[in-house]
Design a protein around this ligand. Structure first.
Ligand code: HEC
Length: 134
């Protein structure tokens, strides 16, 4: 049973990351779910270009951006030295458990345990942070 659960989890993870990596359009359901999940992040993060960083850095233009490069935001030394570039793979690890990917970082967020939740949130974030919104 546990084995089955594990393989189902792995499978949905593989499918989700594959969809992102291949640039396949996310489903409506994924985007809806991602938007809902972002309510856990919005107290600390803005998405619109030029919006001030609040408790956390502005996430506009996130995909393909080097970590810890929003000017004016005081990042932890840990994240500044992490030498990461944000993409579907690094974000998946970060959102699963920030403290595991970058020990000593200052983002007070435990993590999203479900792979498909992370995939939905990343798909939604990629869409929302890609282009300036009207
Ligand atoms: C309690 C406030 C808080 C919450 C909630 C939070 N974050 Fe953060 N986030 C931060 C802080 C602070 C940093 C900078 C961490 C550091 O410098 O170590 C950060 C950094 C990040 C970064 C790296 C940005 C960069 O410029 O390199 C990403 C991506 C991110 N958060 C995404 C999210 C997402 C997605 C969620 C919701 C699942 C979330 N955060 C929830 C405070 C928060």
């Amino acid at each position: 049973m546990l084995r089955m659960l594990l393989s189902v989890t792995t499978l949905s993870f593989v499918l989700a990351s594959h969809a992102l990596a291949a640039g396949t359009a996310p489903t409506e359901a994924q985007l809806k779910r991602g938007k809902l999940l972002f309510t856990q992040c919005q107290a600390c993060h803005q998405l619109k270009p030029g919006a001030p960083s609040v408790l956390g850095p502005n996430l506009a233009g996130l995909m393909g951006r080097k970590a810890a490069t929003v000017s004016g935001f005081r990042y932890s030394p840990a994240l500044s030295k992490a030498n990461l570039t944000w993409d579907a793979t690094t974000l998946d690890k970060w959102l699963q458990r920030p403290s595991a990917l970058v020990p000593g970082n200052t983002m007070a967020f435990a993590g999203l345990p479900k792979a498909d939740d992370r995939a939905s949130l990343i798909a939604w974030l990629a869409a929302e942070t890609a282009a300036p919104k009207k």
